[in-house]
Design a protein around this ligand. Structure first.
Ligand SMILES: C[S@@+](CC[C@H](N)C(=O)[O-])C[C@H]1O[C@@H](n2cnc3c(N)ncnc32)[C@H](O)[C@@H]1O
Ligand SMILES: O=c1cc(-c2ccc(O)cc2)oc2c(O)c(O)ccc12
Length: 219
């Protein structure tokens, strides 16, 4: 089914520069971390649906979801893109982002994400100042990001969390989960429960890519 969806509905619509970025990223030892193209396609639609102009991205890697965002938001839009390590972004993503003519929309911050979000919250004008956020970084901190993003994203805005199915391990016993995946599994199990209980958001847990959870701020 996935192959069918990708070949029928995703790859033919994928902008050439995103295809190029994914191809080059495939040579990276951590290529598996790039956002899945079907999840990316839905993300593009969500960005359009909320007319996203100001966005936040937590976890850039080589920049697949970042380029997608920068291509989708308007000319005067801005994405604050946060990653602890700018290496993969600069080596792999940036040349293609420059070629695509969207670098001016990107405000890249090389940092742990929490201090950047905290600093944004130090300025009252940032509260409710963003339309959209995409979170795809250290799984253990997703709830910490959620608490901050819920203040930065406007009512009606959207936060998308990647990897909320964590390779399907969330639906299996811990004993059938490989050792290296157990930390992420625990983090995603806790996050999924907390998001479900969070009445401030409408949610949809979608089986796309590695699982994405879409949260729309209600109040
Ligand atoms: C899964 S990758 C992001 C993939 C990206 N969204 C894409 O489409 O290619 C996760 C990224 O999160 C970054 N990261 C991990 N912990 C972080 C933290 N505490 N703060 C900011 N970035 C972090 C890593 O350096 C890595 O580049
Ligand atoms: O295999 C991974 C690992 C990560 C990951 C691990 C630790 C961090 O601090 C950040 C990211 O992220 C992944 C990911 O987002 C994905 O879509 C597939 C695989 C992995």
């Amino acid at each position: 089914m996935l192959q069918y969806i990708l070949e029928t509905s995703v790859y033919p619509r994928q902008p050439e520069v995103l295809k190029e970025l994914r191809n080059i990223t495939s040579n990276h030892p951590e290529a598996v971390m790039a956002t899945a193209p079907d999840a990316g396609q839905l993300m593009g639609m969500l960005l359009n649906l909320v007319n996203a102009k100001k966005t936040i991205e937590v976890g850039v890697f080589t920049g697949y979801s970042l380029l997608l965002t920068a291509l989708t938001i308007p000319e005067d839009g801005k994405v604050i893109a946060i990653d602890v390590d700018r290496g993969s972004y600069e080596e792999v993503g940036l040349p293609i982002i420059k070629k695509s003519g969207v670098e001016h929309k990107i405000d890249f911050r090389e940092s742990e994400a929490l201090p950047v979000l905290n600093e944004l919250l130090n300025h009252k004008s940032n509260e409710g100042g963003f339309d959209f956020a995409f979170v795809d970084a250290d799984k253990e901190n997703y709830w910490n990001y959620h608490e901050r993003l819920m203040r930065l994203i406007k009512v009606g805005g959207i936060i998308v969390y990647d990897n909320t199915l964590w390779g399907g391990t969330v639906a299996k016993p811990e004993t059938s989960t490989s050792e290296w995946r157990r930390g992420g599994r625990k983090a995603m199990l806790e996050l999924n429960q907390k998001l479900c209980a969070d009445q401030r958001v409408q949610i949809s847990h979608a089986v796309l890519g590695d699982g994405i959870t879409i949260c729309r701020r209600l109040y």
